[in-house]
Design a protein around this ligand. Sequence first.
Ligand code: SF4
Ligand code: SF4
Length: 383
Amino acid sequence: MAGKYLIEPDSEFIKVINQEGGDSLKKCFQCATCSVVCPISPDNKPFPRKEMIAASWGLKDRLVTSHDIWLCHQCGDCSTLCPRGAKPGDVLAAIRAYAIREYATPKFFGELINDPKKLPVLFIIPTIIFIVLGLVTGLLNFKPGGDEIVHSHFFSTWLVDLIFIPLAGWVVAIFALGLKRFIGDIHENALSSGKTKKEKIDPAGFVQALVKIIPTILKHDKFTECTENRERSTSHMMVLYSFIGLFIVTNIFFVVLYVFGIHGPYSQLNPVKWLANIAGVALVIGSAMMIKDRISKTDQVSSYKDWYLLGLVFGLGVTGLTTEMTRLADAAFLSYTFYFIHLIFVFNLFAFLPFSKLAHLVYRTVALTYDEYSERDKKEPAV
Ligand code: SF4
Ligand code: SF4
């Protein structure tokens, strides 16, 4: 006799998925074309057909704890070829957004970041923190003076570190808590649904899988397998590499300052400065390409979360470059103003990273690693 499965539909979940871009769900008649055409769907328990039916039944727990939703990178091939005009790619994107909210605590921040009416609050919070902390410590000087524009004379490096080092700790702690649950959940889900035969997660094996998957992520191999939106890989890679470049630059300047005591501004001939400038330009161009792509793809659902993140990344790049350009043009007031705004963008990007769509960087990496580790499509040896 077939095993019984108790279905506990969550109608609230269906409502949210519908609201957040998954409203084509009801058109699905389970033909499975999407699972066949998806270029990255595995043979063992392919997606996204099973996710379409689970979502329409409101099986929240089954979906949110499945690592399959993270393997999809929304190329749109399945949506284009669906004979019913359903959009599985958008449905999976809506489920991922829901999953990010489920795993990131405190939930209050998730609500804050996903509500367009609260957007001003996201900018007021860092402004107040910067001004209050700056004035209390005396590390914020609204009249820096001097012949040369030096941003740290206005907004001290100590103040930057006083704010951003605890912020980095906050982000790591929230991700650590979320990922602990996430990894446990996806493993349990994979075991119960027959996607893996491995009973336990072996940390050494998991790290090996991570090392194996990194080149795939860096080369965007999965992206280039799709047909419909293949060109998106270029802008996506530009943004990814610019973040990597800026991360390297920030760390080098941090070490140079605290180990060797060398302060900025640095010469434009400095190779690290070149890297910073190239990464900044790539960030602006890559995010502008993404915005253009979203605007032109009228058949693809774009939610507030998508626009919020794109606006933030674009704003981050533009304010960074204008800070630099106005400094070189000797426009002190403008340069200090853009620097202040730039720091607000940086704060927003980092402080709310675990709650925003950008968290996919972390969850997708872990899901891809888990998929590699799980040996999902491994055939049993012939006996
Ligand atoms: S989403 Fe479309 S292609 Fe996929 S199973 Fe449903 S009807 Fe078929
Ligand atoms: S959007 Fe692309 S990757 Fe995602 S399920 Fe559809 S075909 Fe597969």
